[in-house]
Ligand binder design. Structure first.
Ligand code: CTP
Ligand code: ZN
Length: 156
């Protein structure tokens, strides 16, 4: 199948393309990036499109914007196999495959209400990654374990 028949959204001139997002997760990615009614970049979103590698994926394209490391670290948690493509003058000039880190500091709220990180005196959360695929993390303070869906729901 040629690109003419498979391309769902236009190529962009400059900006960032977050590709290979798990199907249905694009909205979470938009939330992480703070893209809401106040948006000032042109953003294209494709949800549940066929992936050439089989299965389905989402894609988010943001024109004239770069991602900070903080944003990238959050995106990894909802889209552990995403690729981040930097586009300049219509060409992919950089392609980063994100990688789940060994530890996660901040970013995720502990699922255990009794955890010291959820008390009034704020303690920054800290998790070790028990498994990268499927993603599973463990709080170093209360040892509560969180899996993919819990993590996605508790991104700060
Ligand atoms: N893209 C875009 N605008 C451009 C160039 C690329 O929106 N000017 C998008 C493509 O549509 C694709 C992503 O950026 O979703 C990566 O482009 P490319 O590396 O050319 O595609 P693939 O080779 O299919 O990438 P991968 O191997 O990561 O799947
Ligand atoms: Zn905890």
């Amino acid at each position: 199948m040629g690109e003419e028949t498979t391309l769902k959204i236009q190529k962009i001139r400059n900006g960032v393309v977050i590709d290979h997002i798990p199907s249905g997760r694009a909205l979470k990615v938009l939330k992480i990036l703070g893209i809401d009614e106040g948006v000032t970049s042109t953003v294209s979103v494709a949800i549940h499109v066929p992936s050439r590698k089989g299965g389905w994926k989402d894609i988010v394209k943001i024109e004239d914007r770069e991602l900070s490391d903080e944003e990238l670290n959050r995106i990894i948690l909802v889209a552990p196999r995403a690729t981040i493509n930097i586009i300049r003058d219509y060409r992919v000039v950089e392609k980063h495959r994100v990688e789940v880190p060994e530890t996660i500091e901040g970013i995720v709220k502990c699922i255990n209400d009794m955890c010291v990180t959820n008390k009034r005196e704020p303690v920054r959360t800290f998790f070790t990654v028990v498994s990268k695929d499927p993603l599973r993390i463990k709080c170093v303070y209360c040892e509560a374990e969180m899996e993919r869906d819990d993590i996605v729901e508790n991104i700060i």
